[in-house]
Ligand binder design. Structure first.
Ligand SMILES: [Fe+2]
Length: 274
């Protein structure tokens, strides 16, 4: 259900965002960053109280300013902001970083993220594992959580499969354990966990959340990316699984591919169901 529409959203990608078309039938409202947000909010009167919304955004790379998006201030405990990898706030474990994490954890809404290729996975694994809305998470602090690979969560009555990770294109220039981690691609156990959980729900979820795209979608986005075990696994999921929307990051662009693949960078997309 669409609660409002802000007009066409400027896109950076070669694949134009048919915003008017996809918002018409799936109830997604796209936003571009904090500045554009102000303009949009002026157009769209906010509905207060009882709204249960999920916002999705792409690679943050530790940019705290992304949380300044005006509309995020209206979100409450039943709302969530999902970051599709390259969260970037877990990087060096410094006291300054810890302070920012504490600040993020104090947001009124849930902040959920997947791991990408610019997240310190050794640090991430030190946080306690906690069940949350039907799936396993790393509880970072307060309302800040990492969605563990292969888990299916039930948020606001909808099911979401999370499968973060990706392959660094510049791995040869990085140093293991310092700015690159071998576990950036899921392990076979994590793939098996995803399959087990998908079988449990008969391969039907509302949303799929990943950092990378399935191979065929990645090829449409940029042929310079080489398919890998993860993109091929996601290709299998794309073929077998019934889903409404697939949100992903990684490619640093905002666009829609094949109607249901919502590629996110600094854009924020609001998703509402009735
Ligand atoms: Fe990134």
């Amino acid at each position: 259900m669409i609660r409002g529409f802000c007009g066409m959203v400027p896109q950076r990608a070669a694949y134009p965002c048919p915003a008017a078309r996809y918002t018409r039938h799936i109830g997604i409202i796209p936003y571009l960053g904090a500045l554009a947000y102000h303009e949009i909010v002026n157009i769209l009167p906010m509905e207060r109280g009882g709204l249960r919304m999920i916002y999705f955004t792409g690679d943050m790379h530790g940019d705290r300013g992304r949380f300044n998006a005006w509309k995020l201030r209206w979100l409450g405990e039943k709302d969530a902001l999902v970051v599709c990898g390259d969260f970037g706030f877990l990087w060096n474990g410094s006291p300054e970083e810890e302070e920012i994490l504490q600040w993020i954890g104090k947001r009124r809404y849930q902040v959920l993220f997947l791991e990408g290729t610019h997240d310190n996975l050794d640090l991430l694994e030190r946080y306690p594992v906690e069940e949350w809305n039907g799936g396993l998470t790393h509880r970072i602090t307060g309302n800040l959580r990492h969605l563990i690979r292969g888990q299916i969560f039930s948020i606001q009555g909808k099911s979401l499969l999370a499968l973060g990770g990706g392959e660094s294109q510049d791995a040869s220039f990085r140093k293991a354990g310092e700015n690159w981690w071998p576990q950036e691609l899921p392990s076979e156990e994590e793939y098996e966990e995803a399959v087990r959980n998908l079988e449990r729900v008969n391969w039907r979820v509302n949303c799929i959340l990943t950092h990378c795209a399935p191979t065929s979608i990645q090829q449409k986005l940029d042929r310079n990316y080489t398919p890998d075990r993860l993109t091929d696994f996601l290709q299998m999921v794309k073929r077998r699984c019934q889903f409404d929307y697939w949100f992903l990051g990684h490619y640093h662009r905002n666009c829609v591919v094949d109607d249901r693949f919502i590629v996110q960078w600094e854009q924020m997309v609001e998703l509402q169901w009735e």
